[in-house]
Write a new protein. Structure first.
Length: 229
């Protein structure tokens, strides 16, 4: 059984880093963003470098993530796991906290060393007005390196997360090369929309606030093989 999320991610993109790995839709905004394995890996590396070089994190420290499903959330989560951090979503002391701008008040209740805010802009543009006490994640992460050598051992929570993801992939019948369309509004757990496809070697079409009548045509256009709605 796999026990290192960073290694699972690397294995998932190794055979063809150029193929679409994560395609993001938000029907509330009309957004569509497609990331290849190589593009997502670039964001993940920059995030991990930010954590290690700027924040100064060490393996098994805590990272708080108050973010909805989104392609930038995938980069943050995988960046944290690449830096061997334990990701938590319940209030408590953390070394670093990533928060959506609409959850800044909630984030203020967390004791955190560093705080990064995300506007989740469709084009990953910097924020014009950054919440007090926070740093704009997009502005901060862009200056960091495009490559990161993950630690040999995963974080303390990696094995349990990957066990859940492998079980979920089996339940969904995912296999290498499959493509999963998932309603992330109904299934916001990253095990469903991120880790299960990765453990199976599958790609994902993640849809927020999907219009039900659009999904059959989207499944056809995106050539998905499995659906979780």
């Amino acid at each position: 059984m796999a026990d290192n999320i960073a290694r699972v991610f690397a294995d998932a993109i190794a055979s063809d880093p150029t193929r679409p790995l994560l395609t993001w839709y938000d029907d509330a905004t009309g957004e569509r963003t497609e990331l290849s394995g190589a593009t997502l890996a670039n964001w993940v590396a920059k995030t991990a470098n930010l954590l290690v070089d700027e924040v100064g994190t060490a393996p098994d420290e805590m990272a708080g993530v108050l973010l909805p499903p989104h392609w930038q959330t995938a980069a943050v989560l995988l960046g944290c796991w690449s830096a061997s951090l334990t990701v938590v979503d319940a209030p408590g002391p953390v070394e670093v906290l990533f928060t959506a701008v609409d959850r800044v008040d909630e984030a203020a209740r967390w004791p955190a060393g560093e705080r990064y805010a995300l506007a989740l802009d469709p084009f990953a543009l910097p924020m014009r007005q950054v919440p007090a006490g926070c740093t704009d994640f997009v502005s901060a992460v862009r200056g960091h390196g495009d490559h990161f050598t993950a630690y040999p051992s995963g974080g303390a929570g990696d094995a349990a997360l990957l066990a859940r993801a492998e079980a979920r992939a089996t339940e969904l019948g995912l296999a290498p090369g499959d493509r999963l369309l998932v309603d992330v509004t109904r299934h916001p757990d990253p095990v469903d929309w991120l880790l299960a496809p990765l453990t199976a070697g599958a790609s994902v079409v993640a849809c927020a606030h999907p219009t039900p009548t659009h999904l059959p045509a989207r499944a056809d256009t995106e050539k998905t093989t499995h659906t979780l709605t």
